[in-house]
Design a protein around this ligand. Sequence first.
Ligand SMILES: Nc1ncnc2c1ncn2[C@@H]1O[C@H](COP(=O)(O)OP(=O)(O)O)[C@@H](O)[C@H]1O
Ligand SMILES: [Mg+2]
Length: 261
Amino acid sequence: MRETIVIANQKGGVGKTTTAVNLSASLAAAEKRVLLIDTDPQANATIGLGFSRSDYEYNIYHVLSGRKKLEETILKTELPQLDLVPSNIGLVGIEKEFYDSDTEGKELILKRKLRDLKSEYDYIIIDSPPALGPITVNALSAADSIIIPIQCEFYALEGLAQLLNTVKLIKKSINPKLKIKGFLPTMYSEQNNLSRQVLLDLEHHFKNKLFENKDKSYVIIPRNIRLAESPSFGKPILLYDIKAKGSVAYQNLAESILASA
Ligand SMILES: Nc1ncnc2c1ncn2[C@@H]1O[C@H](COP(=O)(O)OP(=O)(O)O)[C@@H](O)[C@H]1O
Ligand SMILES: [Mg+2]
């Protein structure tokens, strides 16, 4: 049974793409077959895995606009078990196409495309754009669960109510099986009181929705320069510096997900 997980938070810069890329790579390194779907027009996951515009003809835009099947857009990555559906700035056009057309079920296009996907994957990970617009709604409608990265900084929980409300609405209307898989504290700094406060807040409100390591401590992604550097080499962190703290933390996240599967 494959599981589709969307990484979402309408705030930008909270670690969605870093999580999507490195969770996907860590699951692939654990011998799972993984498809990462980049649905952000900024295409950071695509670029972070080393692809540029000349490497592909079709991208997620062609899928969401109904022109292509997912299979026709899939790229092989440097990790044998990890494939990618790339994105591209052209995807910004999809929002206008969605608004202009009055086709029923626009929010279900990705779900239908995934249903038609014949290739075998254990996990489908969807990176989403920093907005609660039609692309994110498509992703949430297609997913089994959502992981919400929370940057351990000031205003971390601001906007969360709106996101949780969107999840609730989608659950009620189009995707009853959608679950919150967990909140993931990102960019945590030991020395920073704010970081510690955000973690305490998360623990207070969502204790049973934090990922756990084998020793029952929480999975926390530290602020780690290697994580920020690896996309510029077109690699997930485990192909860039497997022993870096950030790499170990994402491997722990993958283990926690596999342990609860
Ligand atoms: N744990 C981390 N430590 C250091 N830098 C990080 C970490 N996570 C993300 N970053 C950096 O922060 C920026 C925003 O992260 P990103 O994953 O692109 O967020 P989003 O996809 O939510 O916009 C990027 O430059 C990324 O490299
Ligand atoms: Mg991103």
